[in-house]
Design a protein around this ligand. Structure first.
Ligand code: CO8
Length: 381
């Protein structure tokens, strides 16, 4: 491993590999809505007396038309479809594993990292940093990242980080800075997102939002790249506290004497407020970052945005480019994957960057809970 000393030359970090693990099961809006409405009908039947007396409100039914028009989402991949679609359950079955077995997140990560390493022509042993950056981790410790490091046969060190939907870009900034300084040589930033585990599938306002996936990028010194690469020209992260996206589950749950599965133990959001407040924050962030690097809107070949909502992305694209994005300039994958938290912008990048030519520029940008926003300016090397 290289030591980061003041005398060291600065290195140029580049993305040399990327990969996506996609679960084999997916749920269409129609399937999701059928399960939700069966649950709602059952719930209304069980609470018929209280509903009749006005004590509780009947549950409203969900519709595929609303989901598509409000979000642009058509389907989502999940690790377990049967549990989610069972009206008596409404969350996935992911049986506990013995301590000796790999965790689910590590297993997803090994698949995505393997694809990123293959693309770059590298082996696990060539890597000396693994950052597992995700919006939830399967356990508190030992770090999932260290388990992934071991499964891949990687060297050096590894750690977990969580910046909700911005985890991937914040992780990329951390890795790129370490490559730049020379303290690490090759880093994997991996984002296993099991959103189905912390989504409230019984809440009509949000039951359609999330899906499961894992993405990975390999970042190394551009001069050591063995194939195609995207140079990381600059990274920028920002946060601003907001309660509008929140999950109150945590290690103090037992001490609060509240063991029951309360609504706020899962993902909660005030979607309308998020929509309104995050849009200007993200547009200003990307424009400020580009301006600081002397980049003009016309320099951009592609925008790979966080995948939460199509209307949101259309708005940001228009603000950044100064005109509506043309076909292919701002690719969305949310119609197939839904919101996959930190992985969304990396799926968009991974599936829509192979056609760019040397010198072409683009921006990877994530945003979400915190609030948090992270942007990575890249140029095809
Ligand atoms: N079917 C039919 N009608 C519905 C449904 C439904 N499923 N849901 C709501 N409606 C109705 C409402 O009742 C309302 O009716 P009325 O007007 O009569 O009151 C009407 O539709 C409009 O409701 P909303 O105002 O709630 O709908 P919006 O148009 O605002 O759309 C969205 C809702 C899609 C949620 C939208 O607000 C949105 O996309 N907001 C931004 C969300 C976002 O980007 N969040 C980022 C969070 S992700 C993140 O940071 C990571 C967190 C960690 C990951 C957690 C993983 C689980």
């Amino acid at each position: 491993m290289l030591a980061a000393t003041q005398e060291e030359t600065m290195f140029r970090p580049a993305i040399t590999g990327h990969g996506v693990f996609t679960p084999s099961e997916s749920i269409t809006n129609d399937e999701l809505v059928a399960a939700f409405n069966a649950y709602a009908d059952m719930w209304n039947e069980r609470h018929a007396e209280d509903i009749a007396s006005g004590e509780v409100q009947a549950m409203d039914r969900s519709t595929s038309d609303f989901i598509f028009s409000a979000s642009g989402i058509e389907r989502r991949y999940v690790l377990d479809k049967s549990g989610v679609l069972d009206p008596e359950r409404m969350f996935p079955h992911l049986p506990a594993r013995p301590d000796e077995a790999p965790s689910i997140m590590a297993e997803m990560a090994v698949d995505a990292c393997g694809k990123a390493l293959d693309m770059a022509g590298r082996a696990g042993a060539d890597v000396d940093l693994v950052i597992c950056a995700a919006s939830n981790h399967e356990r508190a410790y030992p770090a999932i990242a260290i388990e992934i490091q071991q499964l891949l046969g990687a060297q050096g060190f590894a750690f977990d980080m969580n910046v909700a939907c911005s985890s991937a870009t914040f992780g990329m900034q951390a890795a790129a800075d370490m490559i730049r300084s020379g303290s690490v040589r090759r880093a994997l930033v991996v984002n296993p997102e099991i959103c189905s585990g912390h989504l409230e599938w019984r809440d009509r306002d949000c039951h359609f939002i999330f899906g499961d996936v894992c993405t990975a990028v390999l970042i190394e010194n551009a001069e050591e790249a063995q194939g195609a690469r995207f140079d990381i020209v600059s990274t920028r992260c920002a946060t601003q506290f907001s309660n509008n996206i929140r999950n109150n589950n945590g290690f103090l749950r037992r001490t609060h004497d509240q063991m029951e599965d309360r609504r706020d133990m899962q993902f909660m959001q005030n979607g309308r407020k998020v929509f309104k407040e995050v849009l200007p924050m993200v547009s200003a962030h990307i424009l400020g970052h580009m301006q600081a690097e002397g980049w003009e809107a016309d320099d951009l070949k592609r925008l790979w945005l966080h995948q939460a909502n199509k209307t949101m992305n259309d708005f940001i694209g228009k603000k950044v480019l100064g005109r509506p994005p043309e076909e292919g300039e701002q690719p969305n994958i949310l119609q197939d994957y839904a919101n996959t938290s930190s992985a969304g912008s990396i799926i968009a990048f991974s599936k829509n960057s192979g056609d760019l030519s040397p010198g072409d520029r683009g921006v990877i940008c994530s945003f979400g809970a915190g609030y948090s926003v992270g942007s990575v300016l890249v140029e095809r090397g």
